[in-house]
Design a protein around this ligand. Structure first.
Ligand code: ATP
Length: 303
């Protein structure tokens, strides 16, 4: 769907995107992840023909980004919040945008329904909440029935309910067979909806591939705490005797067990503690989240 080859954008001495080579396969929800200033917006703007690369190339739907007019009709986008007319209603805004973009106005009811604004479509845009504004922006991006949807930080500034709504909406859009490239600096926001990840830092690629494989790069953690805090050093010795490396926060131990069976390992630690007369007040298995894997990747714990 998108191929990026040695794409670079410099602003003076600053490298916004440096030699980025990566692909987005058709049919995925690709999370474009990186901290503030990593180069996500610049990359998306280059894919949309809004920013000219310093060097390198990319293709969208098989067409070079040097000729965006050849593919933009099949791509929808929402960058940096939608630009709408506050005095017009949601549906009136979409009507104007459909006319300006040469899209079929008959799609309006369908996209309004999809983004969950059917009962507010005749309210003025100026009265919409931030989440509703973002969803109307996505409705506008869908007017042209795009194969690829590019969303830059659509959850930015949303409250938890707004974030869940946005995630559900992205899942519904993907279920229609569209490919979605969505950026965020918060991994947890996108964890449930992305099946593909592109992670960048300072304009360069850190990871590209399936989200499942990324999460599988680290094993599980086991967390244990003795009922009596003074038992912590002995408990740490017991864990170490199992060939594990406990990390203590002063009251609990966290043990990375890599890819060993977490239930068996927890049972074996429990037995060993009990045999020494230590009662555990806490014994839990933590499966890795995208965020914990990402943090360990940055810290160099994960290849
Ligand atoms: P955020 O999550 O904050 O939106 P981002 O990953 O989208 O960040 P970009 O907005 O692409 O990052 O910015 C990448 C780098 O390029 C930053 O250091 C930014 O300051 C710089 N940059 C972006 N646009 C310009 C510009 N027009 N002129 C100069 N520098 C720019």
């Amino acid at each position: 769907m998108v191929t990026i080859h040695q794409l670079t954008k410099r602003y003076g001495d600053r490298v916004a995107v440096g030699d980025l080579t990566v692909e987005v396969p058709r049919g995925v929800v690709a999370g474009f992840i990186g901290p503030n200033g990593a180069g996500k917006t610049t990359t998306m703007a280059m894919l949309l023909g809004l920013v000219r690369p310093t060097s390198g190339n990319a293709t969208v739907l098989g067409r070079s980004i040097h000729h965006p007019e050849r593919y933009l009709g099949r791509v929808g986008a929402l960058l940096e919040g939608p630009a709408m007319w506050p005095a017009l209603t949601g549906v009136e805004n979409l009507r104007v945008l459909a006319r300006l973009g040469g899209h079929d106005e008959r799609r309006i009811p369908e996209v309004i329904e999809l983004v969950g604004l059917a009962d507010r479509a005749r309210d003025r845009y100026g009265r919409y909440s931030l989440g509703m504004k973002q969803r109307l922006g996505i409705a506008a991006a869908l007017l042209g029935d795009p194969e690829l949807l590019i969303l830059d930080e659509p959850t930015n500034g949303l409250d938890p309910v707004g974030m869940i709504d946005m995630r559900d909406l992205i899942a519904r859009i993907a279920a229609e067979g569209r490919t979605v490239l969505v950026s965020s600096h918060i991994l947890n926001e996108l964890e449930q909806v992305c099946d593909w990840l592109l992670i960048i830092e300072q304009g360069t690629l850190v990871y590209a591939g399936s989200a499942r494989e990324f999460a599988g790069r680290t094993g599980n953690d086991i967390l244990l705490a003795p009922a009596d805090g003074s038992d912590l050093p002995v408990l740490a010795d017991i864990v170490a005797a199992e060939g594990l490396e406990p990390k203590s926060d002063g009251s609990r131990l966290t043990v990375s067990i890599d890819h060993r069976d977490p239930r068996q390992m927890a049972a074996s630690l429990n037995r060993a503690a009990f045999a020494t007369g230590i009662v555990l007040a806490e014994l839990t298995v933590h499966r890795p989240t995208l965020e914990s894997t990402y943090l360990r990747l940055i810290e160099g714990d994960v290849a």
